[in-house]
Design a protein around this ligand. Structure first.
Ligand SMILES: Nc1nc(=O)c2c([nH]1)NC[C@@H]1CN(c3ccc(C(=O)N[C@@H](CCC(=O)O)C(=O)O)cc3)C=[N+]21
Length: 285
């Protein structure tokens, strides 16, 4: 096998630290609280949201699930967000993506108070990331989780050739910014990219967030490449596969598995960001 990066293990270690941070905060009279809004009944979203609730519960973080019907109007969703913005018990607000087509995601992301924006999607926080701001701001949790894995498995990113495939708001764009802030040389590839094979063959690090099973074969990458598979594709038989096919059984390459790689890290980082926001709020009072 290609060497696997154990995201589940790193996430569990992180959760132990987070649990002890939560205990300290509670002793100071601060109970971190997260509100998760789910619009509709998409089964995959329900699984992710349940995983988030379970993690919060395990760590002693207050969590509130707000499940709104698919037909909820944008105005009603925005009103709910305003209410949570004004609620001092809530430190973190997450609106699960994707939203139904009649709701404008941009308006929703901008409506969440930047200091409660646990996903880091508010334009103010995106701008801070883009500019590598020195003061605290929340950062998107999936790419942040990937940076945490890299700190352990690829500690020297300076000057490395990093290839990010996919440019979503959730993963590709913030990933590009974080790798840039870490002094890697970043290429952002997408559906119109030409000569992608050449970019893949020369990259030291490849982050694949495309949403297509077997989009990337490990044999197409360098012999010592580090590959991060962000894909979560559920096949018809119910099994879960990533975007990467490991066709290099005995290579020196490193790969994150699906499941057990990036997914658990996303959840752990979400909890970490929640307690950071709670700490920020306590110093404002
Ligand atoms: N506002 C918002 N913030 C998000 O962070 C967000 C979102 N919307 N929409 C959907 C994506 C996806 N996402 C995942 C989180 C955990 C796993 C996870 O726990 N994965 C497990 C497997 C879970 C399973 O069995 O399906 C694993 O990879 O081992 C996967 C995917 C967060 N997202």
């Amino acid at each position: 096998m290609t060497k696997l990066i154990d995201g589940k293990q790193v996430a569990n270690d992180l959760k132990v630290q987070i649990a002890s941070s939560v205990k300290k905060l509670i002793a100071l009279g601060i109970t971190p609280g997260i509100a998760v809004i789910l619009v509709g009944e998409d089964p995959a979203s329900q699984i992710y949201v349940r995983n988030k609730q379970r993690a919060a519960e395990q760590l002693g973080i207050d969590s509130e699930l707000i499940n709104l019907p698919t037909t909820t109007s944008e105005a009603k969703l925005l009103a709910k967000i305003d209410q949570l913005n004004a609620n001092p018990a809530i430190d973190a607000i997450l609106v699960q993506a994707p939203l139904p087509a009649h709701i404008n995601e941009e308006r929703v992301q901008s409506a969440i108070a930047p200091e409660k924006d646990v996903d880091g999607f508010h334009p103010q926080n995106v701008g801070a990331l883009y500019n590598n701001a020195k003061s605290y701001y929340p950062q998107a949790n999936t790419p942040r989780g990937i940076m945490t894995l890299l700190a352990e498995y690829m500690p020297d990113l300076v000057g490395k050739k990093a290839l990010v495939i996919g440019r979503s708001i959730l993963v590709g764009r913030p990933m590009m910014a974080m790798l840039n802030n870490a002094d890697a040389t970043v290429t952002l590839a997408h559906r119109h990219t030409q000569d992608l094979d050449q970019l893949i063959a020369t990259a030291d690090l490849i982050v694949v967030a495309v949403g297509e099973p077997h989009f990337l074969k490990m044999s197409a990458a360098k012999a010592d490449a580090v590959v991060i598979d962000v894909g979560i594709n559920r096949l018809e038989d119910g099994s879960l596969v990533g975007d990467v096919l490991d066709d290099m059984p005995d290579s020196a390459q490193l790969l994150t598995p699906v499941p057990g790689g990036v997914g658990p890290m996303t959840i752990a980082m979400l909890m970490q960001t929640t307690i950071e926001l709670a700490r920020q709020h306590s110093t404002f009072e």
